[in-house]
Design a protein around this ligand. Structure first.
Ligand SMILES: Nc1ncnc2c1ncn2[C@@H]1O[C@H](COP(=O)(O)OP(=O)(O)O)[C@@H](O)[C@H]1O
Ligand SMILES: Nc1ccn([C@H]2C[C@H](O)[C@@H](COP(=O)(O)OP(=O)(O)O)O2)c(=O)n1
Length: 230
C-alpha cells in the first residue's frame, strides 16, 4: 500500500447509556436515522432473555437457575432505526418484552454474570458487522464498546422520567411508575458486573429541559464534531 493511500474507514460507534426513561431509545433511533447509522437496543436483548426465562419456567429469582440456561435462548436483533426488531427462538417478542412481567424481572436477570457474558458476545458481533452504529444501554461506553469515539450519558429528573414513561404506557400511574424506575435504577447501578455508570470520556447530557428533537440535535452535533476532528 502506498503511503498516500487513505486510512481504512473505521465504522463509527456511538455509545448511549443512562437510566430508564432518560430518552436513550428515542434519542438513539433519531440520531441513527439522521446519520444513516444502524441502531442496537441492548435493553431489548436483556428483556428478550428475561422473556425466554419466564416462558421456559425458570425461577428468575434464582441466579444459578438463570445462569444454567443463559446459553439456550436464541436472540436476534434487527438494527434498522426506523423498524428495529427483536425475536427470541424465532418469535417476535417486541410487544411481550414491554409487559409488566418482563419489566419486573429484567433487572435481576441482567445482574447474572452468565447472562451478561452471552449478550456481550452477541452485542460485540453485531457492532463489528458492516456499518456504523448507535448502541444504547447501561454499560455500552464502559464495557461493551469502551473505545467508542462518541459516548453520551443521558439523564433526566426522576419526575420527568416517570411522566414520560407513564405517558408512553398510555397514562399509567405516575407515582407507581417512578417507584418502579427507581427500584430498577438501584439494582442496575448496584450490581457487581457492569453496573450502570457514566463511562470515562462520556458527555453528560441532562435531558430534563429539552425536547426529544433538541436532544437528538445535540447528540448529532456532538457526533459531527468528533468526526470532523478525527
Ligand atoms: N427529551 C425528551 N423530552 C420529552 N420526552 C422524551 C424525551 N426523550 C424521550 N422522551 C419520551 O420519553 C419516553 C421514554 O423514552 P425512551 O427513549 O424509551 O427512554 P429510555 O430508552 O431511556 O428508557 C418515550 O415516550 C419518549 O418519546
Ligand atoms: N446494556 C444494558 C441494557 C439493559 N440492561 C438491563 C437493565 C434494565 O433495567 C433492563 C431493561 O433495559 P431497557 O433499556 O429496556 O430499559 P428501559 O427502556 O430504560 O426501561 O435491562 C442492562 O443491564 N444492560
Amino acid at each position: 500500500m502506498s503511503s498516500s493511500a487513505p486510512a481504512p474507514l473505521v465504522p463509527l460507534v456511538v455509545a448511549i447509556d443512562g437510566p430508564s426513561g432518560s430518552g436513550k431509545s428515542s434519542t438513539s433511533r433519531g440520531v441513527a436515522a439522521r446519520l444513516g447509522l444502524r441502531y442496537l437496543d441492548t435493553g431489548a436483548m436483556y428483556r428478550g432473555m428475561t422473556w425466554w426465562m419466564l416462558e421456559n419456567g425458570v425461577d428468575v429469582s434464582d441466579p444459578s437457575a438463570v445462569a444454567a440456561r443463559a446459553r439456550e435462548a436464541r436472540i436476534e436483533s434487527g438494527t434498522d432505526p426506523l423498524a428495529p426488531t427483536i425475536t427470541v427462538d424465532g418469535v417476535d417478542v417486541a410487544e411481550a418484552i414491554r409487559g409488566e412481567a418482563v419489566t419486573g424481572a429484567v433487572s435481576p436477570v441482567s445482574a447474572v454474570p452468565e447472562v451478561r457474558a452471552v449478550l456481550l458476545d452477541l452485542q460485540r458481533s453485531i457492532i463489528a458487522a458492516d456499518g456504523g452504529i448507535v448502541v444504547e444501554g447501561r454499560d455500552i461506553g464502559s464495557v461493551v464498546a469502551p473505545d467508542a469515539p462518541v459516548k453520551v450519558y443521558l439523564t433526566a429528573d426522576p419526575e420527568a422520567r416517570a411522566l414520560r414513561r407513564a405517558a408512553e404506557e398510555g397514562g399509567s400511574d405516575v407515582a407507581a411508575t417512578q417507584q418502579s424506575l427507581l427500584a430498577r435504577d438501584k439494582i442496575d447501578s448496584g450490581r457487581t458486573v457492569s453496573p450502570l455508570t457514566m463511562a470515562e470520556g462520556a458527555v453528560h447530557l441532562d435531558t430534563t429541559p429539552y425536547s426529544l428533537d433538541e436532544v437528538i440535535g445535540l447528540v448529532v452535533d456532538l457526533v459531527e464534531a468528533v468526526e470532523a476532528s478525527a
